[in-house]
Design a protein around this ligand. Sequence first.
Ligand code: S3P
Length: 182
Amino acid sequence: MQHLVKRLDRPIVLVGLMGAGKSTVGRRLARRLGLPFVDSDAAIEDAAGYSAAEVFERFGEQDFRDGERRLVARLIDGEVRVIATGGGAFVDPGTRDLLNHRAITVWLDASVDVLADRTSRRNTRPLLRNGDPKGTLERLAEERRPSYASAHIHVKSGDGAHRDVVDSILKALEDHLNGSEA
Ligand code: S3P
């Protein structure tokens, strides 16, 4: 794994919809690579003193997005590490552009059934508190697909073991680095 880490000169950033497994897979990926891990929602919470849901509720989605944009820009400026973004971060054109230029972006792509099942376990997502979480995920999947598809690496995230997803990312990272250095 060390040979891969030595070749990394930028952060690895996981993008994708709520429930795709960005935080869980990101944490495991970081552990395998021996790199630090940071979750952008958790960093917003640390900075704001409110959870993502509370920021939405108290200040509205626009304020959350503004804070998220500034925070992601700060996070990628630091050390080489693994960053899990909130599902909407990569939809912002400025953030997407920045990440695709200054990081290696990885789309964790999961079916709406898997996303609906995973997100139903916790009621922490403000966008899914409208009585039709599956319908919302279907709509967001459709709207956001073109943004997520611009990520450098695409990896399927099914309902199997997280370890397999991490293995797929490591393999794809190797290919990506070989391609970008060729
Ligand atoms: C959001 C995803 C959430 C969080 C906020 C908005 C989105 O993060 O940032 O609720 O717009 O998709 P996760 O993708 O980590 O659930």
